[in-house]
Design a protein around this ligand. Structure first.
Ligand SMILES: Cc1cc2nc3c(=O)[nH]c(=O)nc-3n(C[C@H](O)[C@H](O)[C@H](O)COP(=O)(O)OP(=O)(O)OC[C@H]3O[C@@H](n4cnc5c(N)ncnc54)[C@H](O)[C@@H]3O)c2cc1C
Length: 492
């Protein structure tokens, strides 16, 4: 029996905890510094001045593959496939006032009646036709290079706005940086899986279900300031335990799994001096994926029927063709904060009405504040981002402000302060040189220290948002089981 400490209750930490605890073979202690469980995937409650309860989510608002993907797989492997009830959604798209989804459905119907010889392959069809194993051949190609090849050598038309919006929403990265292989895997699984959705109870229902499995199987969970890991103690290149809370209480461990972000773990919880120069340089060189913010509004009058809407507001397209322009050129030029921003709008109470008081609605938005990395915004700039998100909502519903009961904002500055990763939405970016075989390894150079999060994966660690840490948990669990938790074997 090994003493295992997990640092953090995000999808990666709670997920690996559930998988290990389910076998009842090891002693597990999960330490979470926040009062919330679930990190970027947590939910929390707020009361309005009438004493009514509303549930909001910290960051994540929609899951790409729900029970059919790695999040559901964790529950299946723990024998609890129905511990989370998923509500499927069909994302709508509104580009500058035009309802693209409706047009797309009409086009699809028309295409179905076309004779095979009349049919021209679309970029979407082409991407979806690439066999999964083949996608890894495109890992070192940027999405821009991949699309140029489609246009020039295969005669396939590519809509830059549509694909740069997809890349921005799914991965927080631009066409020039995103790994084509990673994009193809994510896009195709999202498109073909037809299992987009939201969990009953809020996004926090997922990490909470994982944590229940830990506790039901004898594992222990501590959270709040008393449970904050201040230091990982290393002796002779091997972990010895952690110091936690204001009094730096020492707790011994054989194996430490860090769900805390990889850079903070290496440089703050341990210290660069414990690693080789090459490893320190490598961790420093890793680039975060995009950074985001989220405006959450509780309103006393429902304004939208959809469960999910991709929205690009009307802005100046600088004389360009709508199909040629990239989302980067519309919203992310220079370092200024735009007046309006592209957003994913998820009215979460349309999936689970119990999250809002009767007759009310909750709108959540997610927008990228920095593509291809992070930026240190000031508190003032963060407030400006909140205004930008609200202004964007107002382009859809001009009288919205009259109906606002509660308003919450999670910006990159607050996100970085509460949950690390310099405010990055997901973690280490899914760009060329950081995906597939080149994803940071879950096994650190220090004996007894592993990473499990959206920052590190096995050779097949891929996915959209929460899918990355969920796959990290599945792969790390397989690796530990295969080596029977024998540290000498793993670090041989
Ligand atoms: C605004 C926003 C919108 C998003 N939208 C979506 C979406 O719609 N769909 C989707 O799938 N994904 C989405 N994501 C991404 C998704 O939320 C993340 O990819 C995922 O939740 C990250 O999980 P993780 O396990 O890597 O880490 P985290 O969730 O960051 O968890 C790490 C945990 O470690 C804890 N911790 C850190 N240091 C310590 C310490 N020293 N001691 C104790 N505990 C510590 C933190 O408090 C935190 O709880 C979104 C993210 C953001 C920010």
């Amino acid at each position: 029996m090994k003493k295992i400490i997990i640092i953090g209750s995000g999808i990666g930490g709670s997920g690996i905890g559930a998988l290990i605890a389910n076998k009842k073979e090891h002693e597990i202690l999960l330490l979470e510094k926040s009062n919330l469980i679930g990190g970027r995937c947590a939910s929390y409650k707020r009361k309005d001045d009438k004493g009514r309860e509303w549930v909001f989510d910290v960051g994540c608002h929609i899951f790409s593959t729900c029970d059919k993907g790695p999040l559901g797989e964790i529950l299946r492997r723990c024998g609890k496939p129905n511990a989370v009830k998923w509500i499927y959604t069909r994302p709508e798209v509104n580009m500058m006032g035009a309802e693209v989804t409706k047009r797309k459905r009409l086009r699809k119907r028309r295409r179905e009646t076309e004779k095979p010889e009349e049919k021209k392959m679309s970029a979407i069809d082409y991407i979806n036709s690439i066999p999964f194993e083949e996608t890894f051949n495109y890992d070192d190609l940027t999405l821009e290079e991949f699309f140029n090849d489609l246009r020039e050598n295969k005669g396939i038309k590519v809509n830059n706005l549509l694909f740069s919006m997809s890349s921005c929403i799914m991965l927080g990265t631009s066409l020039a940086a995103t790994s084509a292989g990673e994009f193809i895997r994510c896009f195709a699984s999202n498109y073909l899986g037809k299992a987009n959705g939201y969990p009953m109870g809020g996004t926090g229902a997922v990490p909470e279900a994982y944590c229940s499995i830990i506790e039901e199987n004898g594992g222990k969970i501590l959270n709040g300031t008393e449970a904050e890991v201040k230091k990982i103690i290393i002796d002779n290149d091997q972990v010895k335990g952690v110091e936690i809370g204001p009094n730096k209480e020492f707790i011994e461990a054989d194996l430490i799994i860090a769900n805390s972000d990889i850079k903070t773990t290496v440089f703050k919880l341990i210290g660069g001096e414990y690693f080789s120069k090459e490893y320190v340089e490598y961790i420093k060189s890793l680039q975060w994926g995009g950074q985001g913010c989220s405006l959450k509004i509780g309103i006393n009058k429902p304004v939208i029927e959809h469960k999910c809407l991709n929205y690009i507001p009307k802005v100046d397209i600088k004389g360009k063709n709508l199909n040629e322009i990239e989302i980067k050129e519309l919203f992310y030029e220079g370092d200024t904060i735009p007046e309006l921003i592209s957003m994913l709008i998820v009215p979460i109470s349309n999936s689970d009405p119990s999250l809002a008081p009767e007759g009310c609605q909750i709108l959540h938005s997610v927008s990228v504040t920095k593509l291809d990395g992070t930026k240190e915004w000031t508190e003032k700039e963060e407030n400006q981002w909140e205004k930008t998100c609200l202004n964007t909502f107002l382009t859809l519903w001009p009288d919205l402000e009259e109906h606002i009961v509660l308003k919450e904002f999670m910006g990159p500055w607050r996100l970085a302060k509460s949950f690390g990763k310099e405010g990055a939405g997901v973690g280490i970016g899914q760009i060329v040189n950081q995906v597939g075989e080149k994803r940071p390894s879950m096994v650190s150079p220090i004996k007894g220290l592993c990473f499990c999060s959206g920052d590190a994966g096995g050779s097949r660690g891929w996915g959209i948002g929460t899918e990355l840490p969920a796959r990290s948990a599945l792969e790390l669990h397989e690796l530990l089981e295969k080596n029977e938790y024998d540290l000498d074997k793993i670090w041989s």
